[in-house]
Write a protein that binds this ligand. Structure first.
Ligand SMILES: [Zn+2]
Length: 225
């Protein structure tokens, strides 16, 4: 009888790593990607269990597709060695995708040469723009060592590959760190090299949302002091 692999279950997490022979630790399990602008590039881990694996090399394929769209992008297509003892396995796979718009998506796992599939629903949800209030700015100015107030990121132009170091600076009167470029208010930066418009609004929103959260958490914890 020909063995046909079957999928068990899957989770999406910020990160996951092998803990021991047959276990994996996952950290930051989620169902939604939060986005502040598009494109929004995300990297994450996916842990998938599978049973009745063939005792030979097989190809594991992961694709993603937006619901209602016929376009499917391949995230990973990788060969894996035959399982050494049991014919079941846990796959810990690092994935990345550039989301062009919000909506419901499906991550689809399959094996080449077999028709078993596993579909994992995931949503991309646009967040309200995190406006930094005067009060928050005041807190940032007075506690420069306690809170992050700028963050740099290295991003390459998708068109010509030229790499830039950008910095999101929250306190308006502060300068960018030497060697960095301030992210424009609308998040759009025209590549000096080729004229392509690089869209950095999502990164800008992520930094601002994280800073607002830091301040809110800190105020919560110091309320009784
Ligand atoms: Zn360019």
């Amino acid at each position: 009888m020909k063995i046909k692999p079957k999928f068990g279950n899957a989770i999406l997490a910020d990160s996951a790593r092998e803990q021991s022979y047959s276990k994996i630790d996952a950290h930051g399990i989620f169902t939604n990607f939060l986005a502040w602008g598009y494109p929004a590039t995300r990297n994450w881990s996916m842990v998938v269990t599978a049973f009745d694996l063939p005792m030979k090399q097989s190809t594991f394929i992961v694709t993603i597709k937006r619901r209602g769209s016929s376009e499917e992008s391949v995230l990973v297509s990788a060969n894996f060695a035959p399982p050494d003892r049991q014919n079941e396995s846990i796959f810990n796979i690092r994935l990345g995708h550039r989301f062009e718009r919000e909506g419901s998506y499906e991550i689809i796992c399959s094996f080449k040469d077999y028709d078993s599939t596993l579909r994992i629903p995931v949503r991309v949800v646009t967040q309200q723009w995190p406006v930094i209030t005067e009060r928050e700015l005041d807190i940032l100015r007075k506690n420069r060592n306690a809170f992050m107030n700028k963050l740099a990121i290295q991003i390459s132009c998708k068109n010509c590959n030229h790499t830039y170091k950008f910095e999101e600076v929250i306190i308006p009167e502060d300068d960018v760190t030497q060697g960095s470029i301030r992210i424009p208010d609308d998040g759009n930066f025209e590549c000096n090299n080729c004229g392509h418009i690089m869209k950095l609004l999502d990164f800008k929103g992520q930094v601002r949302a994280a800073i607002k959260e830091n301040i809110a958490n800190s105020l919560k914890h110091s309320a009784h002091v």
